[in-house]
Design a protein around this ligand. Sequence first.
Ligand SMILES: O=C(O)COP(=O)(O)O
Length: 224
Amino acid sequence: MKKTYQGVLFDLDGTLLNTINLYGYLVNQLLEEYGFPGHTLDDYKSFIGSGTRNLIKRSLPAEKQTEDHIAPMVERFKELYEKHYTEKCKAYKGIRETLISLKSSGVRLGVLTNKVHYLAVACVKHYFPEVRFDMVIGQSKEYRKPEPSGAIALAGKFGLPMADIVMIGDTEVDIQTAKNAGMDSIAVSWGFRKKEALQAENPTYMIDTCKELQSILLAVTSCS
Ligand SMILES: O=C(O)COP(=O)(O)O
């Protein structure tokens, strides 16, 4: 019999929201300001997923990946992101409808992202105003994927055991987070990593379309 989940945790970047054009634009601008060479969008796809500090570190030339370079650039990046987060991003096809259907069938919804917490909250509010998430957790000292603390806090908020919750994400970090928390996982191939890299993490499910997501999570499929 098909397993049903009472709670669903979504990663943000590359899973709910395609933010790659914004990241490419902002980090290239940041690197230019500091006199470093920029990168392609494909490069950034591989740099995103472990939070802003790691994104900037991975974007810098190897010999410049030191705290004295990274720390001020993280602060400047947050300023730029705050100014531009309403630009250049798009919800993936069918995601909005899936979230609304899940919520109306009584499933608890959370966002667990490595985006800085206050920016994660602002993005979710701006791009998904019609979706009532039970809780959004972004990165902070306390919560940082793949550590399980964020997933554990969300399970506590939902009042559900880990076995009833599934984590959905587009990077190895998300699948590792689910494993570390003792949850099932769904890896999606429409985000920032190659399918082979995700398969190597042995997610519970590996999917390519929103339709497949609905058929795992909902009794009825309506996503085209
Ligand atoms: O690494 C980030 O900044 C955000 O990544 P996530 O939404 O995929 O967790």
